[in-house]
Design a protein around this ligand. Structure first.
Ligand SMILES: [Zn+2]
Ligand SMILES: [Zn+2]
Length: 268
């Protein structure tokens, strides 16, 4: 057995906790000629294996959903619990970035270490947040909560690519925000990539038309290439907000249809 085949393989799930109605022109830079419905789903991701339970992102709260007019389906913490995963059981939480829909609920996880890129924390606490256009994707309470966790030795910082554990790596992408990172996981089908907001929808990467929330356009476009380089096949890239994810992959059981799908057992 060589080193590659010896890598642990992980179970990976997408958990859908909120949604909103939207139309196509709001999801592409420059709009879209077809003014048709294109709803957006909100996810977090669960990775299990090698004796560890890892969360990628933490979703938002009911209160933030109300403030921002999102349809809250189920609290991320309650959804995890319904799936048999207590918040106390989470060892590690990778924060893809600190936008409100990815980095809320932090105090709900009492034991976890949080893994984030240096640049994301600098960005979310620095001069660019003087601009409403760049800060409106963040909730200041989430950012402050992360800073509190820094002072409690609960945050691990990274610059660029890093290995959390064998077969589970983080890759700085930037583009959408300064320190956005994606996550690559070894599965029974090879490398699966959780793109988070590197690609909100399959169509953003397939048509090379980014989502309109942009910090650095060049990094954003390069990010689509990085996703393809990291994944075993283009179909093993999981976008961050696409309702199609719930249709391309199977639920772990009927009870979770529409709420959770398992990503590691089939290639769609
Ligand atoms: Zn985002
Ligand atoms: Zn997002």
């Amino acid at each position: 057995m060589n080193a590659m085949t010896a890598l642990p393989r992980y179970e990976v799930y997408a958990l859908r906790y909120a949604t909103r109605d939207a139309r196509r022109p709001s999801h592409f830079i420059g709009g879209d000629p077809h003014d048709a419905p294109m709803p957006m789903d909100y996810y977090l991701w669960l990775v299990r294996g090698n004796g560890r339970t890892v969360l990628v992102d933490t979703g938002f709260t009911a209160e933030v959903a109300r403030q921002r007019g999102r349809t809250f389906l189920e609290s991320p913490v309650a959804l995890l619990q319904r799936f048999g995963v207590e918040a106390e059981a989470i060892d590690d939480i990778i924060l893809s970035h600190l936008h409100y829909d990815h980095a809320g609920n932090l105090p709900a996880f009492p034991r976890a270490a949080f893994h984030v890129q240096d640049e994301e924390v600098s960005y979310a606490t620095g001069r660019y947040m003087c601009h409403h256009r760049l800060r409106h994707g963040y909730e200041v309470d989430d950012v402050v909560e992360l800073v509190r966790l820094v002072y409690k030795d609960r945050v691990r910082f990274y610059q660029g690519d890093a290995e959390l554990m064998p077969g589970l790596t983080m890759h700085r992408i930037g583009g959408h925000t300064a320190g956005l990172q994606c996550v690559r996981v070894n599965t029974a089908n090879g490398w699966l990539v959780l793109a988070s907001d590197t690609a909100h929808f399959y169509e953003n990467m397939e048509s090379q038309r980014p989502f309109p929330t942009v910090f650095h356009m060049g990094d954003m476009l390069e990010g689509f290439n990085t996703l393809r380089e990291l994944a075993s096949s283009p179909r093993q890239i999981v976008p961050g907000h696409d309702p199609q994810v719930m249709h391309r992959y199977p639920p772990p059981s009927e009870a979770f249809r529409g709420a959770i799908v398992r990503l590691d057992q089939i290639v769609p």
